[in-house]
Ligand binder design. Structure first.
Ligand code: GLN
Length: 255
């Protein structure tokens, strides 16, 4: 009888063990926090041989890692096109989009945004010897302009500046249109300031700023609508990282 009890107990332990494991593997309910991003946006997210999470590194990756750790979870990163992030939140493929994403009313119809963690604006990149583009309005003089599909830069040149469609090239990565400016296929690129400055420096391009046309943009983390539980955790960590200088230190480290 004693032996039987022992075996039964062992069997029960095994069953509990397997159930627990299965529970963890179930993704959202388990030990993983899934971040969606477009890892072609340095210094916020990029790939490298020895990143802080696998091949991924950058300011956003460091912030997301901290959020996951505070929840006792492992950060998993899904790298995708920027344009697909909001849909992936809505279908539950990812838990949060951490992608240098500008919080704006249009996007807020479909997702909830955290508090702001970084302020940027758009800049224009031109070749080093370009003299005829010194402000945003100059782009309207028959200039060919590159942007990243679905970025705020795209809507600014399309809707605000109303550049003709046949003058616009939309790429999936900033570096692709930057290459086009470098080899003379495009006159300019409109892209976020921190990323633009990093890309300009690496590729020998000139940065043109225009605070009259380019408003400030506030980066925030997006979650699916109504996911207040996760949003509150994210805001708590952001608050802590802003107060203790960690975000500033990350901006310094990666710039
Ligand atoms: N801040 C810009 C936007 O939200 C670009 C973001 C990004 O490239 N990852 O559209």
């Amino acid at each position: 009888m004693i032996k039987f009890k022992k075996i039964a107990a062992l069997a029960l332990t095994a069953v509990i063990g397997v159930t627990a494991l299965a529970g963890c593997g179930a993704g959202k309910m388990g030990d993983k926090l899934v971040m969606g991003t477009n890892a072609a946006f340095p210094p916020f997210e990029f790939t490298t041989s020895n990143g802080i999470v696998g091949e991924f590194d950058g300011i956003d990756v460091a912030i997301a890692k901290k959020i996951a750790e505070s929840m006792g979870k492992t950060l998993q990163i899904e790298d995708m096109e920027f344009d697909g992030l909001i849909a992936s939140l809505n279908t539950g493929k990812i838990d949060m989009a951490v992608a240098g994403m500008t919080a704006n009313p249009e996007r807020a119809k479909n997702v909830d945004f955290s508090d702001t963690y970084f302020v940027a604006s758009q800049v224009i990149l031109v070749s080093a010897d370009n003299a005829d583009i010194t402000k945003a309005e100059d782009l309207k003089n028959d200039k060919t302009v590159g942007v990243v599909l679905g970025y705020t830069g795209d809507s600014i040149i399309t809707d605000t500046l109303q550049i003709a469609e046949d003058k616009i090239t939309r790429a999936n990565r900033g570096i692709d249109v930057v290459q086009d400016v470098k080899n003379g296929k495009l006159d300019a690129v409109v892209i976020d300031s921190a990323t633009g400055k990093a890309l300009a420096e690496k590729n020998g391009l000139k940065v043109v700023e225009d605070s009259e046309v380019f408003d400030t943009e506030e980066y925030a983390i997006a979650v699916n609508k109504g996911n207040t539980e996760l949003l509150e955790k994210i805001n708590a960590i952001l608050k802590e990282m802003k107060a203790n200088g960690e975000i500033d230190a990350l901006a310094e480290k990666y710039n």
